[in-house]
Write a protein that binds this ligand. Structure first.
Ligand code: PBG
Length: 344
């Protein structure tokens, strides 16, 4: 385990000059330009990743619980990627809406090199080159008839058997041109196994962004609506593999293991209700730390906006700024295009 880096600034004693009235902290807050100069955290389009949903239809289809978010055709995704490039957003994260007839208990379609997500990745790389990074989830939930991220047997999620499928899924994604694979399934040992599988396939250059500390959260609801895994999952939950929100030390162990197994970046999810975890992970390991402002967080802000209760733009900016302040280097957020436009 990596040693905790202690945050010295927090333990420094107050000096005598810190006393009022010589010190007036309001002095630095007087003007917008002054506030900008002393800002400890900034937000830029380069801090954002834009999650995109792709489906196998020409017309785009709104996601009711995610206002402003649509399931796009492959062409629509290619256009969005070009928009990301123009906005200075460095990468997109792709999620497929898989036709129910292609879902099965063994998630076989996940490893088909001609599935929707692989075709989308190839189209992006063909038409947009390397201008914007492509991040793909490695997990089985879009492909399983039961909506779980892993293989289900006798009511239990099989770990090692799932990892084998995830390895094949990661390799087909890499071969399609995805530069970052992002295991979001929370099986044990999958990062190391995926690293070995990618290397064996000659894909040493492909990065692994591990969803290392992913909690069994109520805030994923709208995402599951968007990809259609909610109906499949029904009343079941993912608590035997996703983390208990009660735990923090365990998040550190998860991150330590994934780094030891070869993760290039780690993710904490959901972001807004895990600011303490983001902070601890960044302080403890000093590695690229990503955070996912998930669908439910986005939906909550929009719901309040729809009621006229809060200013959506300000709330979006603030919610993202504090995720960065907590220690995130990069944030996956459905607000990415609006916020990048605002920051431009
Ligand atoms: C599935 C996955 C989920 C999200 C990203 N990948 C949902 C889940 O774990 O059930 C959630 C993202 C969001 O809510 O925006 N492996």
């Amino acid at each position: 385990m990596t040693a905790m880096i202690d945050d010295r600034r927090e333990t420094e004693p107050m000096t005598a000059s810190a006393a009022f009235p010589a010190t007036r902290l309001r002095r630095n807050r007087q003007h917008p330009w002054l506030r900008r100069m002393v800002a400890e955290t900034t937000l830029s389009p380069a801090d954002l990743v834009w999650p995109l949903f792709v489906h196998d239809h020409e017309a785009s289809l709104p996601v009711a619980s995610l206002p402003g978010v649509e399931r796009l055709s492959i062409d629509g995704v290619v256009k969005a990627v070009d928009e990301a490039r123009q906005l200075g957003i460095p990468a997109v994260a792709l999620f497929p809406v898989v036709e129910p007839r292609l879902k099965s208990d063994d998630a076989a379609h996940a490893t088909d090199p001609d599935n929707l997500i692989c075709r989308t990745v190839r189209a992006i790389r063909r038409q947009c080159g390397d201008a914007v990074g492509v991040i793909c989830d490695v997990a089985l939930d879009p492909y399983t008839s039961h909506g779980h991220d892993g293989l289900l047997h006798d009511g239990r999620i099989l770990n090692d058997e799932t990892v084998e499928v995830l390895c094949r899924q990661a390799v087909v994604l890499a071969e399609a041109g995805c530069q970052i694979v992002a295991p979001s399934d929370m099986m044990d040992g999958r990062v190391g196994a995926i690293r070995r599988a990618l290397d064996a396939a000659g894909r040493q250059e492909v990065c692994i962004l591990s969803y290392a500390a992913k909690y069994a959260s109520a805030f994923y609801g709208p995402f599951r609506d968007a990809i259609g895994s909610a109906t499949a999952l029904g009343a079941a939950d993912k608590k035997t593999y996703q983390m208990d929100p009660a735990n923090s030390d365990e998040a550190i162990r998860e991150v330590a293991l994934d780094l030891a197994e070869g993760a290039d970046m780690v993710m904490v999810k959901p972001a807004g209700v895990s600011l303490d975890i983001i902070h601890r992970v960044k302080q403890s390991f000093g590695v690229p730390t990503f955070a996912y402002q998930v669908s439910g967080e986005y939906a909550m802000i929009h719901a309040a906006v729809a009621n006229g209760w809060i200013d959506g733009e300000k709330a979006a900016l603030e919610s993202l700024l504090v995720i960065k302040r907590a220690g995130a280097d990069c944030i996956l957020t459905y607000f990415a295009p609006q916020v990048a436009r605002k920051l431009a």
